[in-house]
Structures are given as C-alpha cells and as structure tokens.
Design a protein around this ligand. Structure first.
Ligand code: KIV
Ligand code: NA
Length: 263
C-alpha cells in the first residue's frame, strides 16, 4: 500500500479528486481511520477540548502534542500524519524551529500552524529545512479570545479578500497545504482557485480540495452544541470503522459537505 505524502495530496488536487482527513489522538483509532481509507490524520490541539475537557485549545502544551503524535505514529501505516503546533510555538523563529523539529522527530510528516501573512518568514524557514507546513487560516481557534468566539470568518468582502491574499502569500512563502476553517463557501472556492497547493476545509464548503472533521464529531460525541459543518457518521453504521468508511466515502463521492453543512 502506497503511503500518502504531501505529493499525493497535490496529485489529488491536480486530478480534481477530493481527499479525506480526520483528527486522531491515539494508536487504536488512528489505525481504524487509516484502515478506513482516511488520507490524512491530524493530531490537533483540539485534543485540549475533546480529550482534556478545556474550553479552548490554549492550555495544550508541546509535550501534550508530542505524546499524542507518538501514539498516532505507532498506529497508522498509510495515512499522512499532520500535527498542530500549540499556542505560542510561534513566539519567535527559534522556538518555532525547535518545536517543529521536536514534533517531526516524534513522527509528524506535516506541521500545521495557525497564522496569516505575517507567518510567511517562519513558514519559509521551516520549508527550507525540510519541514512541510500547512497554514491554517479563517477561524483560528488559538485566537478565540481576540475573535470574540468561534465565529465564521470572511463574511465581509474585505475580510474575504484578506484571507485569499494571506493564502496566496503563505503558499508563495512555501506552505505545502492550506487549511481553511469556518468561511463562506465562496471564500473556500476563491482560496482553492488562488493557490496551486491543496486546500483542506472544515466548514469551508464543498469547493476545496480536501475535508477534515474532528473524530469525536464524526462519531456523534458532542457536548451539547453541534456546529453546522459537523455530521455524525455513526448514525446508520454499526461500528466506528464503518462510520469512518462512510465519512471517507462521502467526502470522495462529494456527498459531504452538503448544503446544510455549508456557510
Ligand atoms: O485541532 C484541530 O482539530 C484542528 C482542526 C479542527 C482543523 O485544527
Ligand atoms: Na488545531
């Protein structure tokens, strides 16, 4: 079986075939999602919320992320392993390089960083050292206190144009992948068309190159509030692996996200 790499994702985009991504935090569920055909596993700092019970991702440490990266790396075989840099790992370039290096040694194959055009230099520094980067734009949960909540971004024309321009500049700086969270469908499409690198969306509509969801959301394990872009794939399936297969099939068959999941 051929391993998924950043090159594979670029080929998916060139061929116009959507690819699937899920968060994963442990070896067993990572293997399960990998067996189900999911292309990318993300050790997300969402672990602060879904595993640790915090109200945001801010308390998550580099040690937390490294521990879960090691767990997922032991379980997966085919999927590409993407890993989040935690809050303030971008405090300066030295810290950024050291923290990313530590996660790469733990098994990361693609490092995800929240930020905007101002992250261009840091992304270039990582890229020239052989670290592929996914730049996370739109709703960036590490900025929740500045944004005033988990809100859709890019609704106003100027804000939408800024997101497209940020994506363009970060791809230019060397980002291998762009991830867009919670933006209107048109913004997702505009970013996909503006950059040559693959664009992964969560709440970014169907016109991006790949889709990602938090594993707990796919399994219907929400605590009360369920965001619009989430779908429970365990409904109508009798196992976790069947749910992951249904998610992967729905993404690749362009049945997810549907209109009702889109802003
Ligand atoms: O931490 C996470 O799970 C993420 C995804 C929501 C993209 O960053
Ligand atoms: Na994250």
């Amino acid at each position: 079986m051929k391993r998924v790499t950043v090159t594979t994702l670029a080929q998916y985009k060139q061929r116009g075939e959507p690819f699937s991504c899920l968060t994963a935090y442990d070896a067993t569920l990572a293997r399960c999602a990998d067996d189900a055909g999911v292309d990318v596993l993300l050790v997300g700092d969402s672990l602060g919320m879904v595993l640790q019970g915090h109200a945001s991702t801010l308390p998550v440490t580099l040690d937390d992320i490294r521990y879960h990266t090691e767990c997922v790396a032991r379980g997966k075989h085919r999927s590409l392993l993407m890993v989040d840099l935690p809050f303030m790992s971008n405090a300066d370039t030295g810290q950024l390089l050291r923290d990313a290096g530590e996660l790469m040694r733990a098994g990361a194959e693609l490092i995800k960083i929240e930020g905007a055009a101002w992250m261009a230099d840091g992304i270039a520094e990582l890229a020239c050292r052989g670290v592929p980067v996914c730049a996370h734009l739109g709703l960036t949960p590490q900025s929740v206190h500045q944004l005033g909540g988990f809100k859709v971004q890019g609704k106003a024309e100027a804000e939408a144009m800024r997101i497209v321009e940020d994506a363009r500049q970060l791809a230019e700086a060397g980002a291998a992948v762009i991830l867009l969270e919670c933006v209107p469908r048109d913004v997702g499409k505009a970013v996909r068309d503006a950059v040559e690198v693959p664009v992964i969306g969560i709440g970014a509509g169907p016109d991006v190159d790949g889709q990602i969801l938090v594993m707990h959301d796919v399994l219907g394990l929400n605590s009360g509030y369920v965001p619009r872009f989430v779908k429970n794939f365990l409904t109508g399936n009798d196992s976790i692996e069947a749910a992951f297969r249904a998610y992967d099939g729905a993404v690749k068959g362009r049945r997810f996200p549907a209109e009702e999941h889109t802003f």
